[in-house]
Design a protein around this ligand. Sequence first.
Ligand code: NAD
Length: 302
Amino acid sequence: MSARILDGRALSKEIRASLFDRSLRLKNDGRAPGLAVILVGNDPASEVYVRNKSKACDECGVMSKVFHFPNTVSEHELVGLIEELNVSNEIDGILVQLPLPEHVNVRNIIGCISVNKDVDGFHLYNIGGLVAGGTIFPPCTPYGVQLLLETANIEVSGKNVVIVGASNIVGKPMALMLLQKDATVSVCHIKTNDLSLYTKLADVLIVAAGKPGLITADMVKNDVVVIDVGINRMIDGSITGDVDFDNVKHKASWITPVPGGVGPMTVTMLIENTIRSAELRMAINPININPAVTPAEMRLSI
Ligand code: NAD
């Protein structure tokens, strides 16, 4: 048996075509959606991610602006820029590429982004909304995983979903999103004793640990659905996930490849959030495209 492939690249292509149409409609009604990306330093991986995001914006008809600062930038300067972008009539989404240098407090920076433009979904309001309802922008990676599952008609209600990795940007929001869909969710992390005890229970296994080869075939049951979020750059320059794809695929019913699985979906959901932000702003104030709309006015449940 070999698993069916959850092809994030193909699904992204379809979604991006419809995103382009939505952008065009907005452009015809006033202006194209706009995304501001803030990049600090010269981390090669961050530079690649930012380039990919800009390329995806071009593909979807979204105007993007990259603000590139040296590593020595102060928190004060970054906050100043974010405050300007919060009230800019051209910008619907603000993204700060992580990681930031150690002297910059990430929470302060993310906290300054207007909730209405937090298209990465990292602001406390959007994270809190995953518990209490009211999220405007779901975090992009879990949102992309959810869409991959839904598009393949993979039901999570009542299923054992095991998530390996408990970060604020992937594992935790993923757990909350699938809990809302009535999955029984377990979250494992570096301190979990006997990881395979949990992974063997999974009907759906989502792995976001950043450890190549962490999940082997003996750790999963037959017919498991495997979502590999991991992106690991190997010494030979290749990219691999956290799952031993070649062996696990013989036991799984569905599996994501790396690359070509979750990665393209993350970027696509960023563009979707940005366009939706512009649409909401337009719908609320089509004449002025008011940047200062309150969260209550923009609320959308996922
Ligand atoms: P992180 O380092 O913030 O968190 C990693 C998590 O995995 C932690 O909770 C840690 O406890 C857990 N973990 C680490 N080793 C483990 C082990 N041996 N057993 C069990 N748990 C373990 O990482 P992150 O930002 O969540 O990213 C995780 C991976 O996903 C990375 O490879 C990253 O590049 C990738 N990623 C991919 C996308 C995408 O779009 N595909 C998006 C974000 C992150």
